[in-house]
Design a protein around this ligand. Structure first.
Ligand code: 3HC
Length: 293
């Protein structure tokens, strides 16, 4: 019988973390959302306020429900506030040293039976698990962007993850209104392993000037029925995040499919990070906006 988790934490309130905090609070859980500093925390809170505000404007959410959702999220800059959490989802940037350091800290702060989950897209969950004294309670819980909309959660088990922990996380995914799939600890798991070769190829076609960004995107939307073209999707994911995912998968497999197309790194260096910075392959009305100008 799966444990019904009620007190949860999210660490890192970027695009994914803020979306995950919203999803958890929408399902009625009590969420402690932690960021490193006040500015990042304010951006995370603004992200959730904006997303739920948009749902109200579209008539999908009552204003009182929105207030209740926001009321269930305690925003904090102190990891110690996670001392009561039964599960913590980590969504900090895709850098192993950052995540292992955080997991080691969480291991000290949280009770021994707290599940430590990572939203990593491509890093080794096993490597993260051994940064703690509880590898059997460490698991991957990988959401998709935008988290409040996309139905999938990849549940990533390592060779030592306890079956009951997998069950608890699968049951939580169901309560969140998501569909879960379970996969072993392989870079890119299922979806990113299949998606990013395609995205990388699209960027290479653009870099080689075979087609305009609009035509590349239109071909995949209108010819293949995808909700978004590859370059618009790169902007949604974040060019920096996409780079980290490709680079990690490439280093693990040495498959040229995942060797990051040079322009991706150049864009990251130049600060063209996609929607979140206001400019990527397209230019947006404002940072975080979906409106192309
Ligand atoms: N946050 C919250 N809700 C959002 C949102 C966001 N950023 N963007 C859109 N939505 C909601 C809208 O409010 C709307 O909700 P409603 O139907 O309840 O009113 C619904 O999504 C549809 O939005 P729109 O009508 O504005 O726009 P679209 O119909 O074009 O949908 C989209 C937008 C959902 C982003 C769609 O284009 C899509 O599915 N794109 C593909 C996304 C995708 O492939 N994601 C996976 C990326 S890979 C990944 O995340 C892995 C990671 O490891 C990198």
């Amino acid at each position: 019988m799966a444990r019904e988790l009620t007190e949860v934490g999210v660490v890192g309130l970027g695009t994914m973390g803020a979306g995950i905090a919203e999803v958890l609070a929408r399902a009625g859980l009590s969420v402690t959302a932690v960021e490193v500093g006040e500015d990042a925390l304010a951006r995370g809170r603004a992200h959730v306020e904006h997303s739920t505000g948009r749902a109200v404007a579209r008539g999908k959410l009552e204003p009182a429900e929105r207030d209740a959702i926001l009321g269930r999220i305690r925003f904090s800059t102190a990891l110690e506030d996670l001392a009561q959490a039964e599960l913590v989802v980590e969504a900090v940037p895709e850098r192993m040293e950052l995540k292992t350091e955080l997991f080691a800290q969480l291991d000290k702060i949280c009770p021994p039976d707290t599940i430590l989950a990572t939203n990593t897209s491509s890093l080794s969950v096993t490597e993260l698990s051994v940064a703690t004294g509880r590898p059997s309670k460490v698991i991957g819980m990988h959401f998709f962007n935008p988290a409040p909309v996309m139905k999938l959660v990849e549940v990533v088990r390592t060779v030592v993850t306890e079956p009951s922990v997998i069950e608890d996380v699968e049951a939580l995914a169901t309560r969140l209104g998501k569909v879960d799939v379970t996969i072993g600890d392989k870079a890119g798991f299922i979806a990113n392993a299949l998606l990013f070769g395609y995205l990388n190829h699209a960027v290479a076609m653009y870099e080689n000037r075979y087609a305009s960004r609009e035509d590349l995107d239109a071909a995949m939307r209108l010819g293949c029925g995808l909700p978004m073209g590859p370059l618009a999707l790169m902007d949604l994911i974040g060019i920096d995040t996409a780079y980290e995912i490709l680079d990690t998968m490439y280093k693990q497999s040495r498959d040229r499919l995942h060797a990051p197309t040079p322009v991706i790194k150049q864009m990251v260096t130049a600060g063209l990070l996609g929607r979140k910075s206001g400019r990527g392959f397209y230019t947006y009305a404002a940072p975080g906006s979906a409106e192309v100008v």
